[in-house]
Design a protein. Structure first.
Ligand code: RAM
Length: 353
């Protein structure tokens, strides 16, 4: 957990302030001489000239475009080359051929958001055998098939936040449904498991009932029609939780054009830029997300640290991810970005991603 990352927006500002402070408060700096010390540059430890490839669940998703911008910036800072490539549909079989091509090209660092926990493993094993460092981010594979996983937020915290937001919006009473991404997505399934367990065990949620889980496959049109289907099948539905940026945006578009607007609550994980109009028109009260650009940036730094021999994936190892600060490798070689942010009418205009 990176405590330095105070909020999504203040971190870069803080970094600038800290950078300018370190240049002007030499009296407090006992170790370095005037003019600065090159060894203080944490990026100096990283190998230059590495090739990085980011393979998202699918392309044409603003969430992954934001992650790729962060990863590309890190790769450029570290003097590497960056490529963003992937299928247009969020399926594991489509990802396999991309992994195979990248491993034939001897890519140094593969940054992958996986559509399935196991189906990619033999391709990943081949890539790793050829020397590619495999870092999953956003959606993991089985831990045995990758070097490290960069997790956006601890899974429990995502699941609990989703349920809490829904409960707040419907007074913790009534039928709820989940509009997910693809049926095999590791990340969405982990969050759904947490929500189901919490609904079954937490007395605060005793009057909430999960009546359906449907899959929009991270496709806009399918998510839109699955939302329509949910409302037809469950006339007493009080809330929809969509833990996918594609799903929640499509569901909001559907609700905003119907009599359900403002009547059926919608929450989940969305990007502020896709959700702004639906918060402004009263379709959505509150949803959450982390900073996908920072997630991509952290993934690239993690891959670079592994490819440079700074970390191996062992618990307790520490490395510095540029301006994001210092991170510690956790159990199962997981590096975690930080807590989610909730967005609502009061703060949504402060964010631009
Ligand atoms: C979608 C994808 C991604 C998920 C976000 C919240 O863009 O399914 O994996 O993390 O939503």
């Amino acid at each position: 957990m990176n405590r330095r990352r105070l909020t999504l927006l203040t971190a870069p500002i803080l970094a600038l302030v800290l950078a300018s402070c370190s240049g002007t408060t030499q009296g407090e700096d006992q170790g370095g001489g005037p003019g600065g010390d090159a060894s203080a540059d944490p990026n100096a430890e990283f190998e230059t000239g590495l090739t990085y490839a980011m393979l998202p669940k699918s392309v044409n998703n603003p969430y992954f475009e934001a992650s790729s911008a962060g990863a590309e910036a890190a790769a450029n800072t570290l003097g590497g080359e960056f490529e963003y490539t992937g299928p247009s549909d969020a399926s594991a079989s489509s990802q396999v051929s991309y992994i195979d091509t990248l491993s034939q090209q001897a890519t140094d660092v593969l940054l992958l958001s996986a559509n399935d926990p196991n189906a990619l493993c033999s391709s990943l094993e081949q890539a790793r055998a050829g020397g590619t460092v495999v870092v999953t981010f956003d959606s993991d594979v089985d831990p045995g098939c990758r070097d490290l996983f960069v997790s956006q937020v601890d899974s429990d915290e995502v699941g609990l936040t989703l349920l809490e937001m829904a409960a707040e919006q419907i007074d913790a009473t009534g039928e709820i449904a989940i509009l997910s991404a693809t049926a095999n997505a590791t990340n969405q399934n982990a969050w759904i498991d947490v929500m189901e367990a919490e609904l079954a065990s937490n007395p605060s949620y005793a009057d909430m009932k999960l009546v359906d889980v449907v899959y929009g496959d991270d496709e806009d049109e399918k998510s839109f029609s699955e939302t329509q289907g949910l409302l037809q099948a469950h006339p007493d539905l009080k809330a929809i939780i969509s833990p996918t940026t594609v799903g929640i945006a499509a569901a909001a578009r559907y609700l905003s054009g119907t009599e359900f607007k403002g009547q059926v609550a919608l929450t989940g994980l969305g990007t502020p830029n896709q959700m702004r109009e639906f918060v402004q028109d009263g379709t959505v009260t509150e949803f959450a997300l982390w900073d996908p650009t920072a997630l991509g940036e952290l993934a690239a730094y993690t891959g670079a640290a592994a490819a440079s021999g700074i970390i191996t994936g062992a618990e307790g190892e520490v490395f510095t991810a540029g301006e994001l600060g210092e991170f510690t490798v956790g159990a199962d070689a997981v590096v975690t970005l930080g807590p989610p942010t909730r967005f609502n009418a009061e703060n949504i205009d402060d964010f631009d991603f």
